[in-house]
Design a protein around this ligand. Structure first.
Ligand SMILES: NC(=O)c1ccc[n+]([C@@H]2O[C@H](COP(=O)([O-])OP(=O)(O)OC[C@H]3O[C@@H](n4cnc5c(N)ncnc54)[C@H](O)[C@@H]3O)[C@@H](O)[C@H]2O)c1
Length: 465
């Protein structure tokens, strides 16, 4: 046992007789383990609440100083979470937030919730994972449990994260070994921002360690703050399970997107078809078509596996095909707008198009990978005069690939009636569909949002796309 281990055991009655793992276990059971959460975004911030609610002292760490300042001033930067969550945690004496990595030295358990985007050539960009692992490594000590929650390909935790932590320990001659002196596990996050009635603590958690003791300790920790835990035999199984969930969604969404185009050509409404098919009580799960995939997960994560599969000499044909179909959806939507305007003897050039919804899904203000941005770009390139309305996004945000100087327009009879086409991209609950139906000339609807409107008062011609 190193000197640092002995320091760690100071608060225990007979620490010398306890193994390092048992000391951490005891801290988990007594809720005295300090939990550091690295990355306070869509995943990290709700996790802070779940861990804090379970009674642990929580240290939030993010490299983005503006987030820390907002948290410390009790201001929420994630609208869908509401102010209550931030008010509650920032007022607590069991929560601190900082952009100073030194605070992580105090943590017994460190959980990484950092981004895992794709690089320019659709290759995994693990720089946030490796960067944050390096940060953790600089204050690694005996008895720490480090858990990765970011979505990634199987093998990341063991092959990318552990070597960084082990090297950090070796460089500082700490004499620490993974699985004996410090512990490493993977537990995928399954957060669904904007979903009502589904707090982080209610979403079952998969947990796998890089060795049995790491897995056990991580399972014990999550059991104390999450209702249902599903331990798996390794970190790799956890990583693969999360990728399976997201590939499953990407492939099924692509399937209905393809069928939408086929059925549409046959004059059949895919939405009615899905309503009919889902009456089957077994063997069918409904997925819905849309204007293309968005968000941080579904358009990205499957390609982590594609890259890893190539590394072992295999192809992921389903993933590639689903990607191709889903990526073509914005162009399909724009074609439908063109055809529909054509039926009104108008061309897309110089037509005014009012896009409803910029966010990638309803009731959130998240535009990451949103198909609305690509649709807006394509429409503008064709010479259309494009405006948008999104109740959650007052100004078009700065995006990696898109930059538009636009503000959300008010949704009123004048703005609706002055558009040659109202194009529904996101079906936020806060949008008044009746108003659109009563005042628009043409509505192109990618979400079947107009189905809730009263046909007897609807004046708009509605085209599904
Ligand atoms: N958003 C979702 O709905 C969702 C759902 C399930 C899983 N995930 C996965 O969870 C992970 C995090 O996603 P997110 O949506 O929370 O991302 P996010 O961008 O909202 O938050 C990530 C945070 O990490 C911070 N960060 C980056 N590098 C850091 C570093 N070295 N040290 C400390 N902080 C750092 C960023 O400043 C940011 O605040 C991703 O792998 C994602 O695929 C996301």
């Amino acid at each position: 046992m190193s000197v640092i281990d002995q320091n760690l055991s100071m608060d225990h009655t007979n620490p010398q007789s306890m193994s390092i793992g048992d000391q951490l276990r005891e801290r988990i059971q007594s809720r005295t383990a300090r939990v550091g959460i690295v990355g306070l975004g869509y995943v990290g911030l709700p996790l802070v609440k779940a861990v804090h609610d379970a009674g642990y002292p929580v240290i939030g760490f993010d490299v983005d100083q503006s987030k820390i300042e907002m948290l410390n001033a009790s201001k929420s930067y994630l609208k869908h979470l509401g102010d209550e969550l931030v008010n509650e945690i920032s007022a607590s004496d069991r929560f601190t937030a900082s952009s100073d990595e030194a605070v992580l030295a105090d943590a017994d358990i460190v959980i990484l919730c950092v981004p895992t985007p794709l690089g320019e050539h659709r290759e995994p960009d693990l720089s946030y994972v490796t960067g944050s692992a390096e940060i953790v490594g600089r204050s690694l000590r005996a008895g720490q449990l480090v858990i990765l929650e970011s979505t990634t390909y199987p093998g990341t935790t063991r092959d990318e994260m552990v070597p960084i932590l082990q090297k950090a320990a070796n460089d500082r001659s700490l004499g620490l070994e993974v699985g004996e002196d410090f512990f490493v596990a993977y537990s995928p996050e399954r957060e669904d921002p904007g979903r009502e009635g589904m707090a982080t603590s209610m979403i079952p958690k998969i947990v796998g360690g890089v060795d049995p003791l790491s897995g056990e300790l991580a399972t014990e920790f999550y059991r104390s703050c999450i209702e249902n835990i599903h331990p798996v035999s390794s970190a790799e199984v956890g990583e693969a399970a999360k990728i399976l969930e997201n590939v499953y969604r990407a492939v099924n969404i692509a399937l209905v997107n393809e069928l939408k185009v086929v059925f549409d050509r046959m004059g059949i409404d895919i939405w009615e078809v899905i309503e009919a098919a889902k009456t089957k009580p077994f063997g069918f799960q409904a997925f819905y078509p849309g204007p293309g995939l968005g968000g941080h997960c579904i358009p990205i994560d499957p390609f982590y596996l594609t890259w890893k599969a190539k590394a072992v000499g295999l192809e992921t044909r389903f993933i590639e095909l689903a990607g191709e179909i889903n990526q073509d959806m914005p162009s399909h939507v724009v074609r439908r707008v063109m055809e529909s305007l054509n039926d009104d003897t108008k061309s897309l050039r110089e037509s005014s198009i009012l896009i409803i919804g910029l966010a990638y899904k309803p009731n959130v203000d998240d535009v990451r990978e949103s198909p609305a941005a690509e649709i807006l770009k394509l429409l503008s390139e064709h010479g259309a005069d494009v405006s948008y309305h999104d109740p959650h996004i007052p100004t078009f945000p700065t995006m990696r690939r898109y930059e538009y100087d636009l503000d959300s327009v008010d949704l009123n009879p004048d703005t609706i009636a002055s558009a040659d086409c109202v194009l529904i991209v996101t079906d936020h609950d806060a949008v008044n569909w009746e108003l659109i139906g009563q005042h628009a000339r043409l509505v192109v609807d990618t979400r079947n949002a107009m189905s809730v409107t009263d046909p007897s008062t609807r004046k708009a011609r509605v085209v599904k796309a």
